[in-house]
Design a protein around this ligand. Structure first.
Ligand SMILES: Nc1ncnc2c1ncn2[C@@H]1O[C@H](COP(=O)(O)OP(=O)(O)OP(=O)(O)O)[C@@H](O)[C@H]1O
Ligand SMILES: [Mg+2]
Length: 270
């Protein structure tokens, strides 16, 4: 999909698109986002941008609204007010085709969400074949390439139920990549894993970032956030309290809340 030129209508402030719009235009832009569940206001006015090829990590205490924000980016949650633009297109408009949108935005959850009754390869080809009408053989070729990139090609015909958590999560990443997304959203992809397999998943994500994938990652893995992110966003009670380059945010946090939160992770960010 290439709708970059049309995105100037969103008023991103960039000069009209020339031959290199990707550097100037945010891929995702969030403005004044509010979300409540009943009386609980979870997002209290979020403004954020994600540029092409950028890796943005979102950190913050439990309940600060990280997952809700991530889920608003692909409309798994519907915000009450505010806007989310993807390629300059306002997703909060009623006409947005949610299914089509999700083909461009890959998501990896804490709990894998794989089909346990299918093998690895079938998990990876299901969406491309059913949603994108890709030929099975072609979908399998694509899937094998992505499985190889996360080191899981040898398990193509293994039953998902027999895999370790780390292997399942690497398959979940490959499966999302099979839809050829423009951005990948990760919600605490390593939180449910045994410590000894966390590294293999982070390594797959590191590689994806190095390959230039645009990524938004909610994580408690501060060492990953520090070394892989271009930008770190610290959320506190439904607002973005502070954001910046990792060296800045981890090395010289400006706000007391940020310092207090980071003090729990001193060993990870040393
Ligand atoms: N579907 C829902 N219905 C009601 N309340 C919800 C719903 N989803 C989230 N919440 C509440 O909204 C608040 C923010 O939740 P959210 O999951 O976004 O936080 P989080 O920062 O991702 O936390 P964690 O680090 O524990 O995953 C919490 O108080 C949570 O209980
Ligand atoms: Mg969460």
């Amino acid at each position: 999909m290439s709708e970059m030129k049309g995105s100037s209508a969103a008023g991103a402030g960039a000069a009209s698109a020339t031959d290199a719009p990707a550097a100037a235009e945010p891929l995702i832009r969030v403005e004044g986002l509010h979300k409540s569940f009943g009386n609980l206001e979870v997002l209290k006015g979020i403004d954020m941008e994600v540029r092409p090829r950028e890796v943005v990590t979102i950190i913050g205490a439990s309940g600060s609204g990280k997952s809700t924000l991530l889920r608003c980016l692909n409309l798994l949650e519907t915000p009450e007010s505010g806007h989310v633009w993807f390629h300059g297109k306002d997703l909060t408009e009623v006409r947005t085709n949610v299914n089509e949108l999700r083909e461009h935005i890959g998501m990896v959850f804490q709990g894998f969400n794989l089909f346990n009754n299918m093998d690895v390869l079938d998990n990876c080809t299901l969406a491309p074949v059913t949603l994108k009408k890709m030929k099975k053989a072609e979908a399998e070729n694509v899937a094998m390439k992505h499985l190889a990139s996360v080191g899981m090609d040898k398990f193509a015909h293994a039953a998902v139920a027999r895999l370790s958590g780390g292997q399942k999560q690497r398959v979940a990443i490959a499966r999302a990549l099979c839809m050829n997304p423009e951005v990948m959203l990760f919600d605490e992809p390593t939180s449910a894993l045994d410590p000894e397999v966390v590294g293999e998943v982070l390594e797959a994500m590191r590689k994806l970032a190095a390959d230039g994938m645009t990524m938004v990652v909610v994580t408690h893995e501060m060492a990953f956030a520090k070394t892989v992110s271009d930008r770190v966003v610290f959320m506190d009670q439904g607002v973005i309290c502070e954001e910046g380059a990792p060296d800045e945010l981890f090395g010289h946090p400006k706000h007391e809340r940020t310092r207090e939160f980071l003090s729990r992770y001193l060993a990870d960010i040393a």
